[in-house]
Design a protein around this ligand. Structure first.
Ligand code: COA
Ligand code: AMP
Length: 515
């Protein structure tokens, strides 16, 4: 669904009758939607005729039709919202229009639920191509999210709150739809982008028009505005007297962007850290409790409910300032995921096994002497592209299916706008005489078709061979450092160090690495 009221109505309709919903982001390809239909065993599918992206209209019906065709599980009914001027043909009786459903619908009472029943499933990238269905229970969800509105965000019932994300992501579930409504304040739903719809002043216009008190978005959105309007010319056209704070999350907030936003807005800019798994912030400056000093580059301190620790590779707890895996001592607070949809064992093995008694976040970093948490990197293959969580392993799975590709590596390299961007390195099977450019284009198209445009996958380089350890492990971390022009050590276990120079030359040739 695009970002239209009907999307929220459909979610809340499910909540009212006790049905579980699973919202799928519009930027995913049919295959991704199909895997979610199969895993969730959804009975009903709700969609719209199209979504609007800057410069193009995304026709959803063909994407949905294709997903239904690919999926093994068969849905029983499709409700489609016809966007004015973009009506599509529906095939009765399986497909029915939103308006028709509304015209024949009878009022339905709220259904009472047990607190541990499930409200929704939200699929997120895991370490393989199979997405993980994060589930949310009803009771903990309401308790935690309502608490956060006042205590973290300092929002009261009469306030106007805006989360500029998409309902297909956790930020959208928690902070466009549920938390503001649990609190009883007003929430803004925006179909558009920080730039290009129509310009870099859109955010300021909305804040001014609706008297928004606080905005929550991803750092990428502010990097995009900063790039288009570095001097804040658009900003100066609007009255932002209602505006009190800006919250950023979803990816690392670079100090430059935070300082730029602070200078422009003259309000606190708060970086806070959380995950789809938790549904609310693990660390933040809790503005409704007590404002703490900002340390640029840190996502502040653990929020009440989370006991955050750092564990070193030798399984001992780190001292202040020592790097390690970031974990949360069990039990987790209300609102965090009780399990994965139909995958209890995967839940335990993935998150609760490596460090006994702790939830493994798969983020790495340190806690300083003052208790501030510094999130430095992921410890798995997840990368963060414009605040969107993607698995490089899933992209590699797609590239491996190309008939000319013998092996490949996908890594997230630093990008000034989107934080990270995936690039693919492929080694061809011997005897392939196809043009390298053609192979690159085909690989890019395969990822777009199988994962979706959201992957922003635009670079594939054909290389001679991949650097590996003697046991055959591809040195993705070292390649990433080379691509980002960071210092790197040649790992002692490397099979053939010359390959690193070959890769460096390839990256220079393709304008990825600028020396
Ligand atoms: N439906 C269909 N396609 C979508 C889509 C949706 N809901 N959302 C994005 N896409 C497509 C885009 O059209 C684009 O396709 P393209 O390759 O044909 O251009 C692709 O997915 C990548 O989209 P996006 O990441 O939005 O990049 P962009 O270059 O179009 O825009 C920004 C750049 C910075 C403006 C944009 O990334 C942005 O607004 N970021 C804010 C971050 C954010 O809200 N994150 C959510 C998590 S909190
Ligand atoms: P998602 O589940 O899509 O919300 O992505 C969660 C991941 O995004 C986290 O595990 C982090 O890697 C990253 N992330 C979220 N917020 C922050 C932040 N404030 N600083 C650094 N990384 C973040």
């Amino acid at each position: 669904m695009p970002m239209i009221p009907e999307a929220v109505i459909a979610m809340l309709g499910c909540a009212r009758i006790g049905a579980i919903h699973s919202v799928v982001f519009g930027g995913f390809a049919s295959t991704e939607l199909a895997s979610r239909i199969d895993d969730s065993k959804a009975k009903l599918l709700v969609t719209a005729s199209c979504g609007f992206e800057p410069g193009r209209t995304v026709e959803y019906k063909p994407l949905v039709d294709e997903a239904i065709k690919i999926a093994n599980h068969k849905i029983e009914k499709m409700i489609l919202f016809q966007r004015p001027g973009h009506e599509v043909k529906l095939n009765a009786p399986l497909e029915i229009s939103w308006d028709e459903v509304v015209s024949i619908a009878e009022p339905a009472d709220c259904v009472e639920m047990n607190s541990n029943e499930f409200a929704y499933i939200l699929y997120t990238s895991g370490t393989t191509g199979t997405p993980k269905g994060i589930v949310r229970d009803v009771g903990g969800h309401i308790v935690a999210l309502k608490w956060t509105m006042k205590n973290i965000y300092n929002i009261d019932t009469n306030d106007i709150w805006w989360s500029a994300s998409d309902i297909g992501w956790i930020v959208g579930h928690s902070y466009i739809v549920y938390a503001p409504l649990f609190k009883g304040c007003t929430t803004v739903l925006f179909e558009g982008k920080p730039v290009g719809t129509p310009d870099a002043g859109t955010f300021w216009k909305i804040i001014s028009d609706y008297k928004v008190k606080s905005l929550f978005t991803a750092p990428t959105a502010f990097r995009a505005i900063k790039k288009e309007d570095p001097d804040g010319k658009f900003f100066s056209k609007y009255d932002l007297s209602s505006f009190e704070s800006l919250f950023l999350a979803g990816e690392r907030a670079d100090p430059d962007t935070i300082k730029w936003a602070e200078n422009l807005l003259k309000v606190p800019v708060i970086d806070h850290w959380w995950q789809t798994e938790t549904s609310w912030a693990i660390s933040s400056n809790c503005t409704g409790i007590e404002m703490m000093e900002t340390k640029y580059g840190s996502a502040c301190k653990a929020v009440p409910g989370y006991d955050v620790k750092i564990i070193k590779p030798d399984q001992t707890l780190a001292k202040p300032n020592e790097m390690g895996d970031i974990v949360v001592k069990l039990p987790l607070p209300p609102g965090t995921f009780p399990t994965l949809w139909n995958a209890d064992q995967r839940f335990k093995e993935n998150y609760m096994t490596n460090y006994k008694g702790y939830y493994q976040t798969y983020d790495a970093g340190h806690i300083d002497d003052d208790g501030y948490i510094w999130i430095m990197s992921r410890t798995d293959d997840i990368i963060n592209v414009a605040g969107h969580r993607l698995s490089t392993g899933a992209i590699e799975e797609v590239l491996s299916e190309h008939q000319s590709v013998a092996e490949c590596a996908v890594l997230g390299i630093a990008d000034k706008l989107k934080g990270q961007l995936p690039i693919g390195l492929v080694v061809l099977k011997s005897g392939v005489d196809k043009n390298n450019d053609t192979i690159s284009k085909e690989c890019i198209q395969m990822v777009r078709n199988q994962i979706g445009p959201v992957a922003a996958f635009k670079v594939v380089i054909v290389i001679k061979r991949l650097p590996k350890t003697r046991s055959g492990k591809i040195l993705r971390g070292t390649i990433r450092k080379i691509a980002d022009n960071e210092e790197y050590k040649v790992p002692p276990t490397i099979d053939d160090p010359v390959i690193l120079n070959e890769i460096k030359e390839d990256l220079i040739k393709h304008n990825i690495l600028h020396t």
